[in-house]
Design a binder for this molecule. Structure first.
Ligand code: ATP
Ligand code: MG
Length: 269
């Protein structure tokens, strides 16, 4: 604890003395969650200094580790151009969650400034109704076709892994992108690398439809103990995945909704 106070004091001193290099050196040692805790305690002036010391990518990862509602005021106070790049750098599901809390005018203006590839992905996800599987999923999943060999899969996975939300499960598609199988990373590593995926994949895939209520998705993930679950359309095409960390946020949200309802009832009484 005392160590934290000292670290925080040092960081504040570096900020106030315009010692950017020193600030970055110390700040980068903190976990993004702890970076966020520090950041939220600072004055508006010091936060604005931080926006100039840190890259959009660094700010994005810090925001990803904050509660859904907490981060809203910070993107609003940022220069819109910088905020737009921050959105580009965030995990797409987090970016969508955050944008959904802003006015439509604001959303539209960020989307115009943003690089068009990121904007397209985000726009697509903004269409799903609130509190459904589609609204909390991410499109950064890894998928393969069933006739690839495990060796090919390994090679491609190395390239795709850095950008994927999780590589714990690999989803397997047939030619028209229908979800036909799943393989865990453990399944992949222990199998003979010369065989085709379809020989080792698990064909009984449990999935949820994009319109499913998020609370039911949470229940399902608890029942099956999955770390991620695939989201499909009505023809079983893979649209995205929902990971366990997003489900923890849902459970928090639903618990506080239930609590507010309970409080409202007792108020009426
Ligand atoms: P470990 O349990 O040690 O972390 P694991 O390979 O057993 O590793 P689990 O998360 O326990 O991984 O998954 C168990 C099995 O469930 C894996 O073989 C995986 O392929 C399968 N699986 C994962 N997601 C689904 C899904 N959506 N539907 C059906 N099976 C799935
Ligand atoms: Mg297991």
């Amino acid at each position: 604890m005392n160590e934290t106070i000292e670290q925080w004091n040092d960081l504040v001193i570096f900020l106030r003395n315009n010692e950017m290099e020193k600030f970055r050196e110390y700040f980068s040692l903190l976990h993004p969650y702890d970076q966020g805790q520090f950041f939220m305690e600072q004055s508006s002036d010091d936060r604005h200094t931080m926006y100039t010391y840190l890259s959009a990518e660094e700010i994005a990862s810090m925001l990803e580790h904050m509660d859904s509602d907490e981060r809203v005021p910070y993107v609003i106070e940022m220069d819109p151009r910088f905020a737009a790049i921050v959105f580009e750098q965030m995990a797409v599901d987090d970016a969508v969650d955050l944008l959904n809390k802003l006015d439509t005018d604001k959303i539209a203006s960020y989307l115009t400034i943003m690089n068009q590839e990121a904007a397209k992905e985000i726009k697509h996800l903004l269409h799903y109704e609130e509190k459904t599987a589609g609204s909390i999923m991410t499109t950064s999943f890894v998928a393969f076709y069933k006739d690839e060999t495990l060796k090919e899969v390994m090679n491609v996975l190395k390239q795709e892994a850095p950008a994927a939300e999780t590589i714990y499960y690999l989803y397997i598609l047939d030619d028209d992108k229908t979800l036909v199988g799943v393989l865990s990373l453990r399944d992949l590593i222990v199998a003979d690398e010369r065989v085709q995926i379809e020989e080792v994949m698990n064909e009984q895939v449990v999935s949820v439809s994009a319109g499913k209520d998020q609370e039911e998705v949470a229940q399902m993930m608890r029942d099956y103990n999955f770390l991620a679950v695939p989201v499909v359309d009505f023809q079983d095409h893979l649209l995205g995945i929902i990971t366990a960390d997003d489900i923890m946020d849902v459970m928090d949200e639903e618990a506080s909704d239930d609590y507010s309802k309970l409080a409202a009832v007792s108020d009426e009484e």
